[in-house]
Design a protein around this ligand. Structure first.
Ligand SMILES: Cc1cc2nc3c(=O)[nH]c(=O)nc-3n(C[C@H](O)[C@H](O)[C@H](O)COP(=O)(O)OP(=O)(O)OC[C@H]3O[C@@H](n4cnc5c(N)ncnc54)[C@H](O)[C@@H]3O)c2cc1C
Length: 657
């Protein structure tokens, strides 16, 4: 094991990942004059941005059309009002939203505009205006394609199929000095498969920690790499806050918008396919209330404990979870038949609907037929999408579950997206810039804004050359050798059978059981402990049948650190008195059951204490424990200013600091 033999790539900035945030970071860096940039990704076409979408995938930005007033401050306030969000970050995300959006427009992302050039918007969830826009179901995919084109045109060096397995720091863990990656196509039986990146800066755009969850609508190609950032000393922020909602699982896709507004039938069956039943009927007082709840799920997609009472739309998520996880049944959406309750001879009685649902369907001229007929009439591409993925909604039912979809929290970053580990910039979903609630589409905006800010900062302040090779190797020697030793130990477990995928499933089942949208102190504590003990015995317990499984082993290592830290954050939140909010329900013995016939574990109450919206939980991993702080949110800055003052500061280079 001689680290002197390993290839060392030296550069000013290494960008990790190839999603919308990473590609924008690299593109912007070069645009701002920083030439010496390298992209390292485990797979050019992997990740969430490239492989996901929804009924109308949304981008959130300042109002850019019409007569309705809007302002940077108003938009910042919308973001800030989501709770537990820092005001300076909210202001930056609002201020740069138009710039980031127009950049995407300019490079060819087909956001629609009218004949006057106005980018007309619509209202998304948690949005008081109409700031949302969309390029269709595949907005983020188009973003990555157009950004990749820019990156290739600029000739930015790309290391594809390189999985980052460690963040390298100086000996005080005060700043990053690069990363170590596993070359996924190298045969570890023949050669040391590691590549070192010696960099002044790391922009870390590895996406959400998707690999931790069993029930998930993240694309299978997204795993995440947040754990190794914790290992390097980067703090986590708002890790308790993620979004969960109803999605199809055979082909992973959010079932929002029209998929619900056409009022499909919810069917539960026993694991052997017997006993089909329309289970929602057992819980709603009348068919009208049930149909309204299904309809509202369309634009109240994420599970929200505030929308459970009075037969709200989130009661459906609870009932789907009850059927699937607790009763062990399977749940499907059936578009071929109308819900029986409220229909006669298969014809739905639309007069049972509340005003909102009725008017919507009437205006859409869709007060007829079966759900599939209404879907074909209102949104044929929604049917085609499933057809293109081997599912014919006119012939078969669609299996669903309540799935993990997005992490609002993540790694800590300041208003230039630099973390507590200096020169390390988490951007995109891996950065926990959001609060408890966020408008739909703000994730994509935050990724573009954050990567732009990081690039601006590096181009202005961190242009230094990387360390000389020998100095870098000396500084990182212990860390590099530790990673190589870990790899060597995994490879020593080569034998006739592998359990690496089975270990992954254990990790995922644990998270879905204790860290998804139904939580309790007991489960979080027990499972945080279980994650840590599995981490400690991972090498001993792992068996592999091919050296090419090394990447999977390093991912399991990363995911266990990540899971331990996330579950510890949940535990700490509940111990401090935190209750149900955002997109999760916390068991509260003093709370209320949504319905008397539901089991005890659904007893909950909403977080009423304003402390939790006014403070942000930060967490730092320390090997076999975690430390926490609860910091007051920063207010939205109001001193932004008088033109001449800003101009003078700008000319004196006092802005990017
Ligand atoms: C079903 C669904 C619908 C959504 N709809 C919306 C929406 O309408 N509006 C919205 O704003 N947001 C939406 N989101 C969220 C949004 O799509 C994501 O937050 C965003 O695309 C994340 O982009 P990113 O660049 O940060 O990460 P990703 O696109 O996930 O990219 C991460 C990259 O890092 C790479 N990587 C990971 N680990 C490593 C490693 N160890 N080494 C090297 N490379 C690595 C991956 O391969 C990938 O290239 C949705 C998400 C889902 C799942």
């Amino acid at each position: 094991m001689d680290i002197q033999q390993l290839p060392v790539i030296s550069c000013n900035t290494v960008v990790v990942g190839s999603g919308a945030a990473a590609l924008n970071a690299a593109d912007r860096l070069v645009h701002y004059g920083q030439k010496d940039v390298v992209i390292v990704t485990e797979g050019m076409n992997m990740g969430t941005s490239r492989n996901t979408g929804s009924d109308k995938q949304t981008y959130y930005k300042l109002t850019l059309s019409g007569a309705e007033p809007d302002s940077v401050y108003d938009m910042a306030k919308t973001l800030f009002d989501g709770g537990a969000m820092d005001g300076d970050i909210a202001l930056v995300e609002a201020a740069l939203s138009a710039k980031a959006f127009y950049h995407l427009v300019d490079i060819g992302v087909p956001f629609p505009h009218n004949q006057f050039g106005e980018y007309v918007g619509y209202k998304t969830d948690h949005d008081p205006r109409q700031r949302a826009t969309s390029a269709g179901p595949l907005t983020s995919k188009y973003m990555t394609e157009k950004l990749e084109h820019q990156v290739r045109q600029k000739g930015i060096r790309l290391f594809d199929r390189h999985q980052v397995i460690g963040i390298l720091t100086d000996s005080h863990q005060s700043r990053t000095i690069g990363v170590i990656a596993l070359a996924l196509d190298a045969d570890p039986a023949q050669t040391d498969p590691y590549v070192l990146f010696n960099a002044t800066n790391v922009i870390y755009a590895t996406g959400g920690p998707a690999g931790m969850y069993g029930t998930s609508v993240y694309p299978p190609s997204q795993t995440g790499a947040t754990g190794i950032a914790f290992e390097a000393g980067v703090k986590g922020k708002n890790l308790t806050e993620s979004q969960f909602g109803i999605a199809s699982i055979k082909f992973r896709w959010n079932l929002s918008g029209t998929y619900q507004q056409v009022l499909p039938r919810y069917v539960s069956i026993a694991p052997d396919g017997s006993e089909p039943c329309e289970f929602l009927e057992d819980y709603f007082p009348d068919p009208g209330k049930m149909l309204d709840a299904i309809f509202l799920k369309g634009y109240q997609w994420p599970f929200d404990p505030r929308k459970v009472a009075n037969y709200g739309s989130s009661l459906i998520d609870i009932l789907v979870y009850y059927e699937t996880v607790i009763k062990g049944r399977r749940v499907f959406l059936d578009f071929r038949h109308n819900p029986s309750w409220g229909s006669e001879n298969g014809e739905l009685d639309f007069s049972l609907l509340g005003e909102e649902a009725y008017t919507y369907l009437k205006n859409s001229q869709a007060l007829f037929g079966r759900p599939i007929d209404r879907l074909a009439h209102m949104n044929q591409p929604a049917i085609d999408l499933y057809l293109n993925n081997g599912i014919d909604l006119s012939q078969e039912m669609l299996e669903i579950a309540v799935c993990a979809q997005h992490n609002n929290g993540g790694l800590e970053g300041n208003s230039w997206w630099e973390s507590n580990l200096k020169h390390f910039f988490p951007v995109g979903e891996v950065n926990g810039s959001h609060g408890v609630y966020r408008p739909g589409g703000s994730a994509l905006n935050s990724g573009q804004v954050g990567s732009t800010r990081a690039a601006q900062y590096i181009a202005a302040r961190y242009r230094q050359e990387p360390m000389p090779r020998q100095e870098f190797l000396a500084e990182a020697k212990v860390q590099i050798e530790a990673k190589m030793e870990l790899g060597r130990k995994f490879l020593a477990k080569l034998g006739p059978e592998s359990n690496a995928a089975a270990i992954r499933r254990q990790i995922q089942e644990r998270m879905t059981r204790s860290g998804a949208h139904i939580r309790s102190l007991e489960q979080a504590s027990a499972n945080a402990k279980a994650a840590l003990s599995q981490l400690e015995s991972l090498v001993d317990d792992t068996e592999i049948e091919s050296p090419f499984e090394l990447g999977l082993c390093f991912q399991n290592y990363d995911l266990l650190i990540c899971q331990y830290v996330y579950l510890s954050a949940i535990k700490d939140y509940i111990e401090r008195g935190g209750k149900s909010r955002g997109s999760y329900l916390v068991y509260d013995p003093e709370g209320e059951l949504p319905l008397p016939q539901l089991p005890e574990q659904f007893r909950f109450s909403l977080t009423a204490d304003p402390y939790f919206g006014q403070h942000i939980q930060r967490i730092q991993f320390q090997g076999s424990g975690c430390s926490f702080s609860w910091d007051p949110v920063k207010p939205i800055p109001r001193e932004s200013g008088w033109f001449e003052t800003v101009w003078n500061d700008y000319l004196a280079d006092k802005i990017v600091r």
